[in-house]
Design a protein around this ligand. Structure first.
Ligand SMILES: [Zn+2]
Ligand SMILES: [Zn+2]
Length: 1006
């Protein structure tokens, strides 16, 4: 017998199938053929990959985005669109530095600068080289892992954000910002990591980096020095006692009422908040009860006596003395601005009644809000800590001691001064920000940093529309299709509230060399916009730089002359914010394959073919502030338009237990482990079937369920088809018009699904597509194949119906393979190759729906049929009559519509009932079962039970599905009518019957 199809493994290992297919792809160059199949097409699908940080191996959570990225590129490729298939790696930045530091076992920048003993330049060169090597190593690992996921990309041409193209393209961007008048150097109080010794930009501060911490907080007394206020102190509260030496003022809210309280014995007087703007006494939570603010500050059973009240307004202008006024650093600040030093100022914008004493400790050197208030009130700034949070000189015994590591320094000193300054301390638990890389608690410190201004009008002439970057970016954000749609609001919210973009990073090594050249003698600064411009401007050092990438330390060999005063100027020491690196990729990654040059800065032809990109997809937590933000900013500056048309954001992957994946909690899964345990196809489907807006629960239990309910169900239909097609010697290819109701139905369903999947994937709605595919596979397996078992196999005569059934099964399976190929590239290719003998499903075209095959009314009727069947089967269960016992009759009352005779036949066959009456009517559908059993019905039931029992024995004995057997029947069946015995014979492929004590079978050979 000629077999068209290779036999199918029943207990398939999908992971083994994946390894076989991966080897096949390699051998047959399938990826290459896929990448180039649409080379001649004039349709484009421009996809841009958000670069993955090449710093560690992938986790399963990376597979979510990569599955989406692959899915939509494959979908468009199968539909004839040409793509670029370019993967990206994010390379530069603190994250890599921190890992290299760990590898080297170095702890701070002194160690890094002494890697080559005594040679700072060589040390930095070595460190930067190690960072590059780490990126190369992990980009290689991630590439292999992505291939294992079945992700088809042009892996030999990934982009790297450390490339010259990327770095110089950012220079061009910064120069453009400079020309618009948007780059400035500013002094600001910035969040700062004392371990990394660098500023943490607002973009980098994610909510997950806040930790629940308990600090010893201080209620500090500040004795008033204004006449008439003798023996009276203002009381402030601070959670960061190390900032007390930086105090320059006390803020009050002028709409609040304040009260003076007096201690009965010491006569010591204290000023605190009394009533808020509405005249209510603010309450505080203390030891599980709510107490008024005075009880909170003095203790619940305090003896302080109320003296009088003042409006906040009356306090403005008072002066006071602080505990560290003798420090030279504090004296200097006083001299700088004696009028405002240690005064009470109007801080109504930031003084709240919900916490503290209603009097705000203002330290512009150590807090962002303080800094802004200080600017407004012309307050001096006292800087107290250095880059690693050590106290600066001019602070007596504190100098050189570390403020963060030794918070007790301040508190002990205050205690040593008795009750003059310290009212009390209190343990307080709050959420406090930590460095996103090294988890060190952040501090705030004043630093000179470089910014892109959000609210300065651009100075380029004839600007149309809004003139500030903030407003221009909002316009750009509105040009984008956001999925989910709340994305636009989130982005606009961020754009409305964000500060100027902090683009510099101090004291770091591995990053963009910010091309800012600031003259040490006249203070003039300028920005160099390209490598060529730098060469032109170089007065010396070019030869020592040439041949190197534009990184530290070699880029800093080049010295230019100040265009104002002629003085020699070096590049500033800072590197760039990493989001510059990723934000520029819509421009920097489009290298013209013909000229090998960056298209945007040469002739733009190639770039215009692919910009703006059609589609990006990334996990949205964080990216509104980061990648989406930086791309919008850079594209707005360079082109005043959107860099991408559509963005699909998705949520986060968490463990099966609903908790974030964490190594120490045992619910994190490494990518390789996951792929080898559950297979890439199952992993991909687990992501595809979910709603992108919701977090995905991921784990092995869910994986197994997905595999059983979807992949194995599909596999079993494939197995069914191939097994019987081999027995019957079926070869596909005959064109036919389906005449059987079941064939018409499943083909109608199939073409409806083609439509649904095509429409939803075009609209980036993956959940609808996945849902319709899952429902289809279930219909196909649980109804079509189930009801078609009697139409094929050795017991059935050859004929049109059999052929049509096979053709239907075949068409459905092949079409399903193409529809599912973008989702499950391995399994579908395995099946497709065996079914079609073609090279690969990934070179196939996307199926098109044939409207003439779609019969909506038939699909709807079948839904009703299946509901009726379900009701009858549950009724059978209720009365405990098994499915193999035939029944005479059943009536369906209140059916919504009439059912064609062919469909009624399906109900009869499935429920084993001789006659079905369908009665139309309103109201709840009702099933009335006639349970009368005649002798005849009982005999028929016995015959069916016997067939079933023999089939089981055949299976146990490993008998082939077309092999004949001889059967020993138990004597009690001798009374069965001849016709039923013939039925048993036919259904079981029995050649002979003998009578014995129990049921036995023997195969032809023994
Ligand atoms: Zn850090
Ligand atoms: Zn100058």
């Amino acid at each position: 017998m000629k077999h068209t199809f290779a036999p199918v493994q029943t207990n398939v290992s999908l992971v083994d199938v994946e390894h076989d297919i991966a080897a096949y792809w390699e051998k047959e160059h399938i990826v290459e053929k896929y990448l180039h199949r649409n080379d001649a097409s004039d349709k484009r699908f421009s996809f841009l990959d958000g670069p993955i940080t090449a710093n560690n191996p992938m986790g399963v959570h990376h597979a979510w985005g990569r599955t989406y990225k692959d899915l939509w590129q494959r979908f468009h490729t199968m539909r004839g669109y040409k793509g670029r298939y370019q993967n990206g790696f994010d390379c530069q930045g603190l994250w890599v530095e921190v890992e290299v530091e760990k590898e080297l076992g170095v702890r701070n920048k002194k160690d890094i600068e002494n890697l080559v003993e005594g040679d700072k330049r060589a040390s930095i060169a070595k460190f930067v080289e190690l960072c590059k090597e780490r990126v190369k190593k992990f980009s290689g690992i991630q590439t292999e892992q992505s291939k294992r996921l079945g992700y088809f990309m042009d892996w030999d041409h990934s982009y790297y954000t450390m490339s010259d193209e990327n770095n110089y393209m950012i220079w061009h961007f910064l120069k453009t910002c400079f020309d618009k008048g948007w780059i400035y150097k500013g002094k600001d109080s910035v969040p700062w990591c004392p371990r990394c010794e660098t500023a943490i930009s607002q973009h980098e501060m994610l909510t997950e980096d806040y930790k629940e911490l308990t600090h010893e907080t201080v209620f500090l007394k500040l004795p008033i020095t204004t006449k008439g206020w003798e023996h009276t102190s203002l009381v402030i509260w601070t959670t960061t006692p190390w900032t007390i030496p930086a105090n320059v003022a006390v803020g009050v809210n002028v709409s609040y009422t304040y009260a003076v309280w007096e201690h009965p014995e010491t006569k010591d007087r204290i000023v605190i908040l009394s009533k808020d703007a509405d005249g209510n006494v603010p309450m505080r939570h203390l030891k599980n009860t709510d107490v008024p603010v005075d009880a909170y500050i003095f203790g619940a059973d305090h003896t302080y006596k109320f003296v009088k009240e003042f409006s906040g307004k009356d306090l403005v202008g008072l002066t006071y003395e602080g505990p560290f006024d003798a420090f030279p650093r504090v004296q200097e600040a006083k001299a700088e601005n004696p009028k405002t030093f240690h005064t009470v100022v109007d801080g109504s914008d930031i003084v709240v009644s919900e916490e503290g004493t209603g009097l705000l400790h203002v330290a512009p050197g150590a807090g962002k809000e303080d800094f802004d208030l200080g600017k407004k009130e012309h307050l001096p700034i006292i800087s107290v800590i250095s880059d690693d949070a050590s106290y600066l000189s001019g602070m007596d015994e504190f100098s050189a001691k570390n403020a963060k590591k030794h918070p007790e320094l301040i508190i002990d000193t205050l205690k040593s001064k008795g009750d003059r300054f310290l009212l009390k301390t209190m343990q307080y638990t709050h959420r406090y920000p930590a460095c996103w890389r090294c988890k060190t608690e952040l501090v705030w410190k004043v630093a000179e940093e470089w910014y892109i201004a959000m609210d300065v009008e651009e100075k380029t002439p004839n600007v149309k529309g809004p003139k500030t970057l903030r407003e221009q970016m909002k316009n750009t954000a509105k040009m984008i299709n956001w999925h989910p749609s709340f994305g636009l609001d989130r982005e606009l919210d961020w754009l409305s509230n964000m500060h100027d973009w902090l683009i510099s990073k101090k004291n770091r090594y591995w990053g963009l060399a910010l091309p800012i050249y600031e003259c040490p003698s006249c203070g003039h600064f300028e920005i160099i916009g390209s490598k060529e411009e730098l060469q032109k401007r170089a007065v010396h050092g070019w030869e020592r730089f040439e041949g190197h990438t534009p990184h530290k330390p070699f880029i800093d060999e080049v010295v230019i002359a100040c265009e104002k005063c002629g003085q020699e100027v070096h590049r500033i020491n800072d590197v760039g914010n990493v989001w510059l690196d990723a934000g520029i990729v819509p421009f920097s990654t489009m290298v013209d394959p013909k000229t090998k040059k960056l298209s945007y800065t040469t002739d733009k032809t190639y770039w215009k073919e692919w910009f703006p990109v059609n589609f990006i997809t990334e996990s949205f937590p964080g990216q509104f502030k980061n990648w989406f933000y930086s791309m919008i900013a850079m594209s707005t500056v360079l082109e005043k338009r959107n860099p991408f048309e559509t963005v699909l954001g998705y949520a986060s992957v968490v463990g099966e237990d609903g908790r974030p994946m964490h190594k120490s909690w045992g619910n994190a899964i490494e990518f390789n482990e996951g792929a080898e345990k559950i297979g890439a196809d199952v992993m991909r489907w687990m992501f595809i079937r979910e709603d992108p807006e919701q977090n995905v629960l991921f784990g092995y239990k869910k994986a197994d369920e997905t595999r059983r309910k979807f992949h194995l169900m599909l596999w079993n239909t494939y197995n069914f088809f191939v097994t019987y097609a081999r027995v019957d010697g079926f070869s596909p290819g005959a064109s036919f018009v389906p005449s059987h109701m079941l064939d018409q139905w499943i083909l109608s369903r199939l073409h409806s699904v083609i439509k649904t999947v095509t429409v939803s994937l075009s609209a980036y709605d993956v959940k609808t597509a996945a849902g319709s595919l899952e429902a289809f596979v279930a219909d196909f397996s649980q109804w079509y194949v189930r009801r078609s078992r009697d139409r094929v196999g050795a017991t059935v005569e050859h004929g049109d119906d059999k052929t049509q059934c096979y053709e239907t099964l075949y068409t459905t399976l092949v079409t399903l393979c193409t529809l599912l190929a973008p989702c499950m590239p391995y399994m579908t290719d395995h099946m497709y190759q065996n079914l079609t003998k073609k090279l690969s499903v990934h070179l196939a075209d996307w199926p098109e729906a044939d409207e003439t095959l779609i019969h909506k009314d038939l699909e709807e009727q079948m839904v009703l049929v299946r509901e009726i069947v379900e009701r009858i089967l549950s009724k059978r269960k209720e009365v405990k009559i098994g499915i193999r016992q035939p029944l005479h009759q059943c009536t369906i009352n209140n059916a919504q519509s009439l059912i064609s005779p062919a469909l009624v036949q399906l109900i009869k066959d499935e429920t084993n009932i001789k006659s079905i009456n369908v009665v139309l009517g309103e109201g709840e559908m009702e099933v009335v079962l006639d349970t009368t059993l005649t002798e005849e019905l009982r005999d028929e039931g016995k015959a069916r039970e016997t067939v079933r029992a023999i089939q089981l024995l055949r299976k146990e004995k490993g008998c082939t599905i077309d092999g004949s057997i001889s059967v020993t029947l138990p004597k009690e069946l001798e009374t069965l009518p001849e016709a039923l015995l013939a039925y048993i014979k036919k259904e079981t492929l029995a050649t002979s019957f003998v009578w014995g004590n129990s049921l036995e079978i023997s195969t032809g050979t023994n």
